[in-house]
Design a protein around this ligand. Structure first.
Ligand code: UD1
Length: 417
């Protein structure tokens, strides 16, 4: 079992290169199943979640090859319409292969997904979309099955702009007959990256990035080369690392437009952020100020940055209120931060943070990916050593985080016990 030991660190200084986006690469790898030819995906972050998606692709008949951060995927014949429970239970995003398998094979059977412990996270909107396109959906013994002799384009209204449902329905719609319209669609940059990839393959998708996506079905798609967009959440996490240590970091390979809501909050908290063409420069001047934050679908403040900002606010001057509107039960890091000396109270979906001057290192547990990142951040400024357990959550979604942090001065090491 591995753990991370984080010691109080000096202000971080230097340059960090941000990797490709986890939330972009997962749907795009799933979408490679839609082409009968070779696809090449570049700028892939090396993550546990990517390995799970790779194994899923292989399990249904794809052949995959790595060359550094590029993966070549050959999907001449799909041999399976079913995904193995052993893989799906490890990652909720496994469900994203449902749309492509249904579109290619007219049939698929997937175990209901597991994933992070951040609320119930149903998949009803994905299934509502497949049903609207004419699929017959049945559920039995923890599996969901979808069947359709032919998918037919239709109008789908999402009750909530779910990222995964928008992506899954889009992937099913590209090979359907006629026009599919997704209303109240998610507008996240990762949805746009997927649409750009699908359009390069020959799909006809308009409106990705707005709340109405129109897809005209085509008979087949071709294999192409695509480069994944930079990970806005990894960038935001390193922004927080610079800020919390009072450091000065330059982040390379960032599309700062995707970070507008995060940058706005950093500036409100008295952290200096300068945008350059391909990156961001973050440095601290004076105290961090308490700031109120409410998570919302894009272009609102991302739920995936909520825990990291909580660490930052825990040592800020004054009080902050953080409201989580996307996921229920996404405050599991609060108890761990309080064990480190933070003063945070939860009232329903709101956390009230009273900034404290110091945190103290102790043993803590990463309850999910971003909670784990928040504990690393807290560990960087806590007195003494912070020992983080269950770090497999962190490794699921951050590409080499401890090495990247160490290079800019963090005192962090991974130990195997
Ligand atoms: C994606 C991201 C995740 C991020 C989240 C919200 C990936 C791989 N993961 O997750 O990092 O935190 O977006 O930005 O891209 N919901 C339903 N029914 C559904 C689907 C979702 O009720 O069928 C609810 C969920 O329970 C949740 C909310 O909608 O409360 C948002 O979920 P969704 O946007 O679907 O998130 P994911 O795609 O799972």
């Amino acid at each position: 079992m591995a753990r991370l030991l984080v010691d109080k660190s000096p202000p971080l200084r230097g340059t960090v290169r941000i990797s490709g986006s986890k939330n972009s690469v997962l749907p795009i790898l799933a979408a490679t199943l839609l082409a009968e030819e070779k696809s090449i995906i570049e700028e892939i972050p090396r993550l546990q979640d990517v390995s799970i998606m790779q194994a899923l692709l292989e399990s249904v008949g794809a052949k995959t090859y790595w060359n550094e951060n590029t993966m070549e995927i050959n999907v001449n014949t799909l041999t399976q319409y079913e995904a193995p429970y052993e893989l799906v239970r490890q990652m909720r995003a496994s469900f994203l292969i449902m749309g492509p398998l249904l579109a290619r094979l007219g049939r698929t059977r997937i175990p209901l997904p597991g994933g992070c412990a951040i609320g119930s996270r149903p998949v009803d909107l994905h299934l509502k979309g497949f049903a609207a396109l004419g699929a017959e959906i049945t559920q039995e013994r923890g599996y969901v099955q979808a069947k359709a002799d032919k998918l037919i384009g239709a109008k789908v209204y999402l009750d909530f702009p779910s990222v995964g449902a928008t992506e899954n329905i889009m992937m099913a719609g590209v090979l359907a007959e006629g026009q599919t319209v997704i209303e109240n669609a998610a507008v996240e940059p990762e949805v746009v990256d997927l649409a750009n990839y699908l359009n390069a393959m020959g799909a006809l998708i308009r409106g990705a990035g707005t709340d109405t996506i129109k897809i005209v079905g085509v008979p087949s798609l071709r294999g192409v080369t695509h480069s994944i967009i930079p990970d806005r959440i990894e960038a935001g996490t390193f922004m927080a690392a610079a800020a919390i240590t009072g450091g000065d970091l330059y982040l390379e390979n960032v599309l700062s437009i995707h970070l507008n809501p995060v940058i706005a909050k950093f500036k409100e908290a008295n952290i200096q952020v300068e945008e350059t063409e391909n990156g961001l420069h973050i440095f601290s001047q004076g105290d961090i100020q308490g700031t109120d934050i409410k998570t919302l679908p894009y272009p609102g403040f991302p739920t995936d940055m909520q825990a990291q900002l909580m660490s930052l606010m825990s040592i800020a001057k004054g009080n902050s209120v953080i409201t989580e509107t996307i996921f229920e039960n996404r405050f599991m890091h609060v108890a761990e931060l309080n064990r480190m000396g933070a003063d945070i109270k939860i009232e329903g979906r709101t956390a009230i943070i009273n900034g404290v001057p110091i945190l103290t290192g102790t043993q803590v547990r990463a309850s999910d990916l971003r909670a784990g990142a928040a504990l690393i951040l807290a560990g960087l400024i806590a007195e003494g050593t912070t020992e983080i357990q269950d770090i497999y959550h962190i490794e699921r979604g951050y590409d080499n985080i401890e090495e990247k942090l160490r290079k800019v001065g963090a005192r962090i090491q991974r130990i195997d016990i």
